[in-house]
Write a protein that binds this ligand. Sequence first.
Ligand code: HGY
Ligand code: MN
Ligand code: MN
Length: 422
Amino acid sequence: MTRANLPVDGARLWADLMELAAITEPGRPYTRRSFTPLFLEGRDWLAGRFRAAGLAVRMDTGGNLFGRLEGSDPEAGTILIGSHSDTVPSGGRFDGTAGVLTALEIVRSLRGSGIRLRHAVEVVDFLAEEPSEYGLSCIGSRVMAGLMKPEMLDYREPGGERLGDAMNRVGADTARLAEAMRSDVAAFFELHIEQGIVLEGQGIDLGIVTAIAGIARAEIRFAGRADHAGSTPMHLRRDASLAAARLVLLVNEEAKRNAAASRGHFVATVGVLEQHPNAANVIPGDARLVVDIRAEDHALAQDFLAMLEAGSRAIAEDSMVARSGWTVLSNTTPAACDAALRGLLAEGARRLGFSYLDLASGAGHDAAFVARFAPSSMIFVPCREGRSHCPEEWAEPDAIAAGAAAIYEAVLRFDAEHRKPS
Ligand code: HGY
Ligand code: MN
Ligand code: MN
């Protein structure tokens, strides 16, 4: 898809994307994990780009980074555009960063064309959207939505650091999280790669997201007894890995059953599977699993959690081990995207001559948390073979520019039409 005369500079945007992608762990591209020195290096780079574009740079108490361009009407409120700059381990170059950098490109293009909106426009890089080593995702947007529970700040990463301390270390202020909550956001737009195969498979230029699946994550621990793998008779073993393997099977079988139940999008997997001491000739004494559940139907996800709680207890008993831990790490409801903003994105796509499709998101996004406090919308661009969360992740420059242009058009239209409720 190529369209001449887009209102944004696709080449400049692409150059930014590749420059930020180069800030990665050299040994496992593309990795810029939240709270790490590399993440902070990426943020410094972003802040520099925001300043170079003439934006006022600040960080809120939730650790979110903003670049702000004032509007002509201080009563009009703020149009927020952005995503996240942290990655999964060995992730891609576009998940999150495409949303932050298209936001920057949109503001640069508005300024470059001499357009002064009534609304202020803010580019945002939300803190730690990906599930971090502390066991929680969407940290910055969760704070903005007022949904960061105090006990979550005590979550610890394997080295023992508290999440709250890590947040303060990167510039947040966990003693003043409430100050990050906003009432001035009139609209939020997030561009993201689809991380699925629908758009590419149907040759559609853009996806307009209808709803974002709810995410539940549960941590389960089994405690058996480490013993000699060669001399311990089978009937005396208390093998934690046996219980773990049975739980993986249970998750897969029950998720497939739910997915076929025609109650909307439903998937689940065991994304974290650790056993200790993880040595060939030692019967694993301990196992730790984190189950990731996505559902459009919130009640179905709650039923699945209840099944997991009972099922893991039964598996432990049957495997002669103890279930030594059951924690629901997070449990968010599905989020609907704002119908009026979806209409503006569709109109923008039409005006630019792009095909588009309404579709739900199985992936979680900051937009789901923004939807708790402001009208929130997302536009998807195709990614090659639907691949994401891997170095093979790829999106075409023209596709990203098209998504940026559709948001640009929607922002102009929103600014012209939206009057703050008196
Ligand atoms: O896990 C997700 O759904 C998102 O990519 N963070
Ligand atoms: Mn992701
Ligand atoms: Mn993402």
